[in-house]
Ligand binder design. Sequence first.
Ligand code: GLA
Length: 723
Amino acid sequence: MAIFYDQTNKLFHLKTSKISYYLLINEIGMLQHVYFGKSLDEMHIDSLLDLGEDWSRYYLDAKTKEEKTYQNVYVNHSLFEIPSFGYSDKRVSSIKLESKCDNKTDFRYVSHKIYQGKPSILNQPTFRNNFSDATTVEFTLKDITKDIYLLLAYTIYENDCIVLRNTKLINNSEDSVYLTKASSVVLDIPRKDLLLTHFPGDWCHERQIREDLLSEGCKRISSNTGRSSHEHNPFFFLSDKTTTENDGDVYGFSLVYSGSFMADFEVNKWGQTRVSIGINDEEFKFEIKPTATFDFPEGLIAYSANGFGDLSRELHDIIRKNLIKIPSMEIKEEILLNSWEGCYFDFDTDKMLSYIKKAKTMGVELFVLDDGWFVNRDDDTSGLGDWYVNEKKIDLKKVIDLCHELKMRFGLWIEPEMINQKSKLYTNHPEYAVGNPNVDRYLSRHQMPLDLCNKQAVDDVYKMIANILDNYEIDYVKWDHNRTIDFGHSQCLENRQGEFYHRMVLGYYDLAKRLTENYPNILFHGCASGGGRFDLASLYYFPEIWTSDETDPIQRLFIQYGTSYMYPLITMGAHVSKNPMTSYLTKAHIALFGTYGFEFDPNKLKENEIEELMKVNDIFHKYHQEVISEGDLYRLYSPFKSNYFSMCSVSKDKCTALVLFMNMIKETRQYRFLKLAGLADEKLYRNDYDNQVYSGKYYKEIGINLTRWLDEFTSILVVLEEV
Ligand code: GLA
């Protein structure tokens, strides 16, 4: 057991080899936060909890009407796990409930149990239940005035640095209550000078890195677009100002959720920081009927004392181990060609056959037919919702047969959560489209979201897509989502429209669960106009996601660099496109630090360009799985902070490494040594750049000599192998 309970102090210690998380049941039965940080066995509660302010210890006992004192509870500035709302704690709230009388909440301890494994939640993605090394403490809490209960579970994995929080609300009262704020994680940190690193962006500009020093007041990062969004991503870090890649305290936060989220940061007058993350509370009002329950999205907090790089590697490991599920490594490690940027909607059977034949000569192993293959779909104005092959345009069977004859696999694009007005589905079921039919609706890319609150709509789309998957031999599906959700209104929710956005997310999970579970051998690849839904919940279903529609390799460096703070390289869809910014060699180097694939018309490449790609194909086959997909990432130069980009990925056994270096400006005679990280000090490695053998320590302390003329946007890829 890695969770210890000290009954005398009512103190819980959640302990892994890397972290300790302490909390206790205080004198009034609230869960009080004690400590989160480095693994620590020594804890002196009395001195830690004493905040020294006598005047805030006095209470009037409701029963005896006598004055009483609590020694170590300061309702407005102790650290809490589930803060009360509407009483004395005036910091940012975590749970709000509208009931007949008020919307106050104050949950107090009833009981707890400690067990191996995780709580199982059936309707939402969470980190997987790995019984062998997961331990959970689950508290039952009850509101002080209402028959509303919370099951609050904390799970740790023995050798990891994260704590997962799962919350279930149970209505045992006789009336409906309405949940209007649902935070999955609250962390009170007893200090104020923290640096917030977050990842805002836009379409084609996802996950840029921004740093804000928190100070008194509130800051909110959020998405209200119905998806985790291009604009913000539900993960961020809090650190010391001095924390670097390799050193210093850093806390990570994330939410296993694909919908609109909010993250509030508040620094108060006592010099404390409260972080509260959950479902976006704007437009959120969820009815919980008597006896019904509500599951909050799973929340994650993580800690490292060794800088951003270490925390990212820890997160990558846990995501690979306990979240993503890959049908087979074989299909995951194949070179793909996607048709989209090669021809968009403009193709027929012959053109696709010629793509496939040419692609085969370029080492392609998986061909993906993107948008445009289904009825009424020659541009983006029509067709979504009618998932039937357009036989006049494409002989799909012939295309798939050729792939399989050539020992290639075949993949198909779908966008199941959308509907065009010009479609049979809309003509027959206008109520399947999101929006109030009496109000003008914004048609982004001519399309409307499918109403996923409507079970029948989800079932109908499921059947159409299952029919395609049953009748064609499909190995890979690219699942797209090309607009934000707005005009939020479901015709089947009547006066419960406050449930709309969350129910849309549950509908997405339902469809994704059914398709991925019923077709377990298909590799599902997620996409939302690029990286508009790159989040932990989507990764649960889709082990890789198209990182961005931006295929300009230089912009990609920034996007992939920011994305790597949370998400492992194996999850990042990355393709070589026809974008002219750099040579094909450089484009391929950058795509190699993701899933690696192509997205162009293969017939248009010149021989020398194909040769460049073939060189990288060889490296891909030899090293990608071990070094990039399963290895450890070390960020060496941030393009956000210097004129260089550099990353190094090292195999787990530290025998092999791939290093990518790129300069952003032309430099003629710069003194430049690239210091590496992650190698074993004592091992000797030959690098294929100057063909020298040095020790890991030498590469770390001195590095590879890159002092020579470098044009802008010239990449250098170095392979290191132990000798
Ligand atoms: C989105 C995707 C692209 C492509 C198009 C097809 O923009 O991000 O990769 O699939 O849709 O319409």
